[in-house]
Ligand binder design. Structure first.
Ligand code: GLN
Length: 455
């Protein structure tokens, strides 16, 4: 059924490499396990999933949405996807994404735009599913798969989840192994589940998490049974409402959604508390220094020799020309912009003024969160995005406008905290809107439980 759904929804451009042969083999194996073990079979046994193209999957094209990785078929499997297959999950295909996960609309992909299955009205412009995990969001929202993997460096799980009316969890930094996931900004990148419901996020998320000695930043901590923690009881929990997230010019419907979220949590017995996170306004500029700085270093490995594609060379071209031509034609505009910004902020004369300053801001942002958690706040409630999904093409010419999409989400990556986007209502045009909850480190279970109260 999942294969038929993918075939029937090619227009969404969510699946960029289908893996039906692998799916059939995995499904047959899952059938055997189910037959032998019945109710004792792992939760994910036989469940069709889509995998963001950023994850290396053995023998299967893994291009990170980039032309420069054309032809790259990894010889290894990422730890996260390996864990999913070990649980009996079935891979239906690789999913569209912004190139190297840089973007908020899935429009920087070498495969072309992914399309949001939601529409404002018949005949209206096609909408972005968000980015960078746009293909994952579209595939789950359109019921092509029961769940998908995403990655979130500055919001790339939570923003597309909000734009497509699904649930997206970014776990605590270090919860999921980054091994075998193409690196964007290593101190911010984190994998997580994208699903229709909070319960599914708990099940898929738990299967993705866990310690991995191959990733030195992976945490050696036990992962609790997240699903068992969904008892729906949020009485007495303290929910912080940060005034800095009330932006000038924020659409009224986002305000209204936020108020509705507060009401739902209060009705469920939680205590709402006004809080302040004073350095919030510096988060976006700090992020857009740190993320490109790390990206410029991580992307240095695409040199035309080790992975993927090499440009055609002219007689007399040397190694320098090979690098230049390969990178010029292999990387799209946004990726080149990030590499240039990154190398600039790391250059000898500007390192202190930009990179070091951004790192200091990051420490202050982290401390803002630590202070409110120390005051007894259990989680923080904000809108997930400053607007509903926008039409494809409407922001792609304006990088700064695109970056502003991440204003509510990047703080969470800078602080390394778990964050979740939950579908919480529709705007006046009938498009989905998401609320974000941010929790204490390692408290994904509590966060999911709170999320179930606003779902
Ligand atoms: N939109 C942000 C960026 O372009 C976040 C991307 C992400 O989380 N991967 O950097």
């Amino acid at each position: 059924a999942a294969i038929e759904a993918v075939e029937g929804a090619r227009a969404l451009n969510a699946v960029v490499h289908d893996t039906f042969e692998i799916a059939r083999t995995q499904a047959a194996a899952a059938d055997d396990v189910l037959r032998a073990r019945g109710a004792d079979a792992p939760d994910l046994c036989g469940i069709p999933l889509g995998i963001k193209d950023l994850f290396c999957t053995e023998g299967v094209p893994s291009q990170a949405g980039s032309r420069i990785l054309e032809g790259f078929r990894p010889e290894y499997e990422s730890t996260v996807t390996r864990q999913l297959w070990d649980q009996g999950a079935v891979m239906v295909g690789k999913l569209n994404m912004d190139e190297f996960a840089m973007g908020s609309s899935n429009e920087t992909s070498t495969y072309g735009d992914a399309v949001n299955p939601w529409k404002a009205g018949e005949g209206d412009a096609a909408l972005t599913p968000g980015g960078s995990s746009g293909g994952s969001a579209a595939a789950v929202a359109a019921d092509l798969v029961l769940g998908a993997t995403g990655t979130d460096t500055g919001g790339s799980i939570r923003q597309p989840a909000a734009f497509t009316g699904i649930v997206g969890l970014k776990p605590t930094y270090g919860r999921c192994s980054r091994w075998g996931i193409v690196a964007f900004a290593s101190s911010l990148d984190q994998a997580g589940p994208m699903t229709k419901t909070v319960r599914d996020a708990a099940i898929l998320g738990r299967a993705m998490m866990g310690h991995d000695p191959q990733d030195s930043t992976s945490a050696d901590r036990a992962v609790p049974d997240l699903e068992a923690m969904l008892d729906g009881d949020v009485r007495g929990k303290v929910i912080g409402v940060p005034k800095e997230y009330r932006l000038d010019g924020m659409p009224g419907e986002i305000e209204a959604l936020w108020a509705e979220g507060r009401r739902m949590l209060a009705d469920a017995g939680a205590e709402l508390r006004d809080i302040t996170l004073p350095h919030t306004k510096y988060a976006l500029p700090a992020y857009y220094v740190i993320a490109p700085a790390e990206a410029s270093s991580n992307l240095a490995r695409y040199d035309g020799v080790r992975y993927g594609r090499r440009a055609a060379l002219d007689q007399g071209d040397g190694v320098t020309e090979m690098y230049e031509k390969t990178r010029a034609e292999g990387f799209g505009d946004e990726v080149q912009r990030r590499v240039m910004v990154g190398t600039y902020v790391l250059s000898a004369g500007f390192y202190d003024a930009y990179y070091n300053r951004a790192r200091r801001v990051r420490t202050l942002i982290k401390k803002d969160f630590e202070d409110v958690f120390a005051d007894g706040v259990d989680a923080i409630l904000t809108p997930a995005t400053p607007s509903a999904a926008f039409p494809l093409g409407s922001a792609s010419g304006d990088p700064v406008q695109m970056y502003l999409n991440d204003v509510f989400t990047v703080t969470v990556n800078l602080a390394g905290l778990p964050g979740i986007s939950v579908p919480a209502g529709l705007d006046a045009r009938g498009l989905p809107l998401g609320l974000q909850l941010v929790g204490r480190p390692w408290e994904e279970g509590e966060l999911l439980n709170l999320a179930s109260a606003v779902e």
